[in-house]
Design a protein around this ligand. Structure first.
Ligand SMILES: *[C@@H]1O[C@H](CO)[C@@H](O)[C@H](O)[C@H]1NC(C)=O
Ligand SMILES: *[C@@H]1O[C@H](CO)[C@@H](O)[C@H](O)[C@H]1NC(C)=O
Length: 396
């Protein structure tokens, strides 16, 4: 397992520091060899205990989720058939160029400039990017961002999915348990661009979620520990939520280990590698998140302090919807649902959490997001394939 490798690497690091101190001290105090040896022994013991504790703290939560089985969930066949018919209709109907962005523009305050989805090596950064701290901007981080930009590709260097003239249909794959058992995989695979979020796995779940990935969008703690996308066209879109995330992204691009000091600032173990070439990395323009929060969700501007608990950070799903509107012509959503009335339903399609776990989180305003999604679905800006935002054919 990936974890054990870095675990051992840390052990080596810790013990290799001890021999370095030995020659100096033992040479000086030959006659006190026994107490001295006991002292170093004790030192080593303390170090071992510290390392073991650290490992327990850092790795335990992760092992727990690795071993837990997904919740059982049954889907009614008639419902499944209706969902499949809906997805077929979406795929068969004529594609409407620019339709998703057009709908979102009506909600933006500043429609005079075209929001850039990503930041590139050769495109200068606008000053207002430094107005707010992450995830809404890069305040006080100009140096760090400019260093990272040097690693990123140039805007025009590579022919990638975002750059064709064809009318594109995107699907944003939420990680909701509502995907379980619907067996939408083969239909999902037929969309032009498939955007996946955080560690949303494939493998045994491919029957429900497909196996192609055009974009995987994530922040460090949400990124899969073992890379799961076999699609050779996958692009990784890094999202910066805090300053240390910039350092992690550059370590991943340079194929270096994450600096030990940085580990203190992650709230969960982060992956130590992403097996993609540098030209497959993208840095999400924080303006996408700012626009989602201030314009689409109409949250007040982030304040100097307290912004973490203000519930003003949009979820990755709704930020991905905004990104998709820039990359694609039509946007569909799948696996989006925060319906707390679905008692006992799985929160995610891949783990053992119940939907009620959503009540415990405090950084996102779920009600406001649901309201926005509902109105976007109603006005036809996006299509809700799995019917978790608004079910048009469910018995009520
Ligand atoms: C997805 O699955 C199909 C059928 O098993 C296979 O032919 C295809 O190569 C897979 N694609 C990826 C990207 O893994
Ligand atoms: C939420 O779940 C309940 C119970 O399954 C269902 O009756 C209701 O229609 C769902 N709401 C939405 C918006 O899908």
């Amino acid at each position: 397992m990936e974890g054990t490798r870095s675990l051992r690497a840390r052990g080596y690091l810790a013990s290799s520091q001890i021999p370095e101190e030995f020659p100096d001290s033992t040479g000086k105090e030959n006659n006190m060899r026994l107490p001295k040896r006991w002292a170093t022994y004790r030192c080593g013991l303390v170090l071992c205990v510290v390392v073991v504790l650290l490992v327990l703290v850092v790795f335990l939560p992760w092992f727990e989720t690795e071993t837990s089985k997904p919740l059982a969930w049954h889907v009614n066949n008639a419902h499944k058939k209706q969902v499949h018919e809906l997805v077929h209709r979406v795929l068969k109907s004529p594609c409407r160029p620019g339709s998703a962005r057009k709908s979102l523009l009506a909600r933006l305050r500043d429609t005079t400039h075209m929001t850039q989805p990503f930041l590139w090596r050769d495109v200068p950064l606008p000053d207002d990017l430094f107005l707010y701290p992450p995830p809404f901007g890069f305040r006080s981080l100009r140096g760090n961002v400019e260093d990272l930009l040097k690693l990123l590709p140039e805007a025009d260097s590579i022919p990638l999915p975002e750059k064709t003239d064809k009318c594109r249909r995107c699907v944003v794959m939420g990680n909701g348990g509502i995907l379980r058992g619907l067996e939408l995989g083969p239909l999902i695979n037929r969309f032009d661009t498939i955007i996946r979020l955080n560690s949303g796995p494939l493998g045994e779940f491919s029957v429900d979620v497909g196996n192609r990935t055009s974009i995987r969008m994530s922040y460090p703690e949400g990124t899969p520990h073992r890379w799961i996308d076999t699609d050779p066209d996958t692009v990784f879109v890094a999202v910066v939520y805090k300053s240390v995330d910039i350092s992690w992204i550059s370590a991943m691009m340079k194929k270096l280990t994450v600096p030990l000091w940085d580990w203190l600032f992650f709230w969960q173990k982060v992956p130590d590698q992403i097996p993609l070439e540098p030209h497959r990395f993208r840095l999400l323009n924080p303006e996408i998140i700012k626009e989602t929060a201030l314009d689409l969700l109409e949250y007040p501007p982030p304040r100097q302090r307290l912004w973490g608990s203000d519930q003003n950070v949009p979820t990755m799903g709704i930020s991905a919807l905004n990104l998709a509107s820039l990359l694609c012509d039509e946007v569909s959503l799948a696996g989006f649902s925060y319906n707390l009335s679905r008692q006992g339903a799985p929160l995610h399609y891949y783990d053992h959490l119940h939907i009620n776990a959503m009540l415990k989180q405090t950084s996102h305003n779920v009600d406001r997001e649901t309201e926005l999604l509902l109105s976007l679905v109603r006005e036809g800006a996006v299509t809700d394939l799995t019917q978790g935002i608004h079910c048009s054919f469910c018995p009520s």
